[in-house]
Design a protein around this ligand. Structure first.
Ligand code: HH2
Length: 327
């Protein structure tokens, strides 16, 4: 396993003259960490990693990622862990979509299959019937970017035909062998997320030698596979997959060291909103009661240079990020 390096983020207005700007955003670095070893000088970081850190983030679905974008979650499912059953009637889903845009969502992520731990598999036809009409209805009234959260080629194809602009695959193009070609042909961006195991079994006993290095290595391999399948390198986002085959300690370690993923040269997307680890740490059993903890993670992530935050609660996240951006 080759070493993984991480820019140690600086957001302080006083920064060393030699500091480098990370991915064209608000975060800088003058020192690095070799994950698992300790702090090293920038000179010790391989040139290709430094080049990846320095490269400004590309636009994704027309969004400027020099500041973190807010991706609003819309689950049109009966069983999602935090909002399941609330928005599965098409009218309620469309109304919720416009409410999120009004509150400051830059992009909407629409999913028709829950991937929460233990979730059941959803038939392709059902998943299309849940998602495509909602996407078409939003697109008929707005040009807001729309992401389809699916692992399946046929669902992505129907969503793209209905007006979706990005494919968000929690299996990083490993679940359905046809999905990479659909993304490549459409020329749309894709988010590749790390998961250990299938939703049904992933929380059974997740294990890593070093979680940051292992997740990094997996995403590096998946980025290369996506490029090989014809997907443009500047249209790929990466996501460490908080809660997908991870213990509390794994999640925390990934969040603390998330700036490591800038080394992949792709914008970073993070989905931590209302997840179980926030409940475990704060004693909040109900997902709806985890808003403040979710906002704290969003502000922390922005300070690590994360470019897109997938969240349920748009207004509080938007207000917190806006304030942080002035400081
Ligand atoms: N998390 C969930 C679903 N999709 N996509 C990305 N890229 N990153 C994530 O962390 C992520 C994701 C699970 O959360 P949610 O959609 O709120 O619930 P459910 O899967 O139960 O529908």
């Amino acid at each position: 396993m080759s070493p993984v390096y991480r820019p140690i983020p600086i957001t302080d207005p006083a920064r060393p003259g030699a500091a480098m700007q990370i991915a064209g955003g608000a975060v800088w670095a003058a020192q690095a960490e070799e994950v698992g070893s300790g702090i090293v000088l920038m000179d010790a970081v391989p040139a290709e990693v430094l080049a990846a850190w320095a490269r400004p983030a590309p636009q994704i679905a027309g969004l400027d990622l020099s500041r973190p974008a807010i991706m609003g979650i819309l689950n049109v499912t009966p069983d999602s862990f935090s909002d399941g059953g609330q928005f599965n009637a098409p009218d309620a889903a469309v109304a919720r979509a416009f409410e999120m845009v009004e509150q400051g969502a830059d992009i909407l992520d629409i999913g028709g299959e829950s991937t929460r731990p233990g979730a059941a598999y959803v038939d392709v036809a059902d998943e299309i019937a849940r998602t495509a009409p909602v996407i078409a209805a939003i697109r008929a009234q707005s040009d807001v970017p729309i992401s389809i959260d699916t692992r399946k080629a046929a669902v992505a194809e129907a969503a793209l035909a209905a007006g979706a602009s990005l494919v968000n695959d929690v299996s990083a193009l490993t679940h359905d062998p046809d999905l990479a070609a659909v993304v490549a042909r459409a020329g749309v961006p894709v988010c590749l997320m790390h998961a250990q195991g299938d939703p049904k079994t992933m929380q059974d006993n997740p294990q890593y030698t070093d979680v940051v290095s292992n997740v990094y290595g997996y995403l590096e391999e998946r980025v290369n596979a996506a490029i090989k399948a014809g997907i443009s390198a500047d249209q790929i986002m990466v996501d460490p997959g908080i809660g997908f085959g991870k213990t509390l300690d794994h999640n925390l370690e990934l969040l603390r060291r998330i700036s490591a993923f800038h080394g992949l040269g792709c914008p970073i997307l993070l989905g931590a909103s209302r997840k179980r680890f926030i409940g475990t740490l704060t004693g909040t059993d109900e997902a709806q009661d985890r808003v403040h903890g979710s906002v704290a993670i969003a502000v922390h992530s922005a300070a690590q240079g994360v470019q897109m935050l997938r969240v349920h609660d748009i207004s509080p996240t938007q207000q917190a990020l806006q304030l942080a951006s002035y400081l």
